[in-house]
Design a protein around this ligand. Structure first.
Ligand SMILES: [Zn+2]
Length: 256
């Protein structure tokens, strides 16, 4: 059985969360495996050229759900565990499959999509964890909050999903050439396929409806320098999203 530990750098709390497997940084484990492939193509430095994800993204991805990095790429079924050093979603992600069972959690099926068919991860993993210990490691990071009013990782994730819906709703309305502020109600399409069940689906729908009603589309935004000055809304503030989610019963009340 493998062991998982998640560590935050106390001196750099905004940095990604370090994922340690069997006491070793997972990024280092990956680097060792990729070294021979990177060497063979003459760029040894690309081996393990990853950065760690933020605590909310790690909490989401390690539960086998897509995180904000996965919403931007089309890697159905696989989730992003590490991202490019530059931080841009999809730029250089390490993907894997997570299967979460009642007694075991297994990480397998690793891939660097930009080296598909070239870099082999055969024999790398699978990594198998005890489900209870794994869940405890995740709970420990979920207790970390940046302040009393900062959203928890799961709330943060729903804000990300809401904004994705908001964009989709604003763009969906604009594609039909329905003007902003009109009275036409949308036919809400199915949520993106890489969103799992509820509350993600309902959150995305709420974002879609809100974006349809008040959001400026990407096309409208692309033509202006200062959206606010033109009365265009790109997205709504996190606090307002959390209030909307709370009023809709999608997240619980958090009273001191
Ligand atoms: Zn990059």
């Amino acid at each position: 059985m493998d062991t998982l530990k998640l560590q935050r750098d106390k001196d750099h709390p905004d940095d990604g969360l370090r994922i340690c497997v069997n006491g070793v940084s997972f990024r280092e484990i990956v680097r060792k495996h990729e070294a021979a492939f990177a060497q063979a193509e003459g760029s040894p430095n690309v081996a393990g050229a990853y950065s760690e994800l933020s605590p909310p993204s790690v909490a989401t991805s390690l539960r086998g759900k897509p995180n904000e990095h996965d919403l931007e790429n089309d890697q159905l079924g696989r989730i992003t565990l590490l991202e490019c050093e530059c931080g841009a979603p999809g730029c250089w992600p390490l993907l894997m499959t997570i299967s979460i069972g009642p007694s075991r959690v297994v990480w397998s099926d690793f891939e660097q999509p930009h080296r598909r068919g070239k870099w082999s991860y055969n024999g790398f993993g699978p990594f198998t964890f005890d489900s209870a210990e794994y869940e405890q490691a995740l709970r420990n990071i979920e207790d970390i909050r940046l302040g009393p009013s900062a959203p928890s990782p799961s709330e943060h994730w729903l804000v990300v999903v809401f904004h994705r819906g908001f964009r989709d709703g604003a763009n969906g309305r604009d594609r039909l050439e329905i003007p902003l502020g009109g009275s036409v109600e949308p036919t809400v399409p199915s949520p993106p396929r890489n969103l799992h069940a509820d509350p993600d689906h309902d959150t995305w729908r709420l974002g879609y409806l809100t974006g349809w009603r008040m959001g400026a589309s990407d096309r409208q935004l692309s033509g202006v320098d200062e959206p606010g000055a033109c009365g265009l809304i790109r997205e709504v503030g996190e606090r307002m999203v959390l209030d909307l989610l709370r009023n809709s019963g999608l997240i619980g009340d958090r009273r001191p």
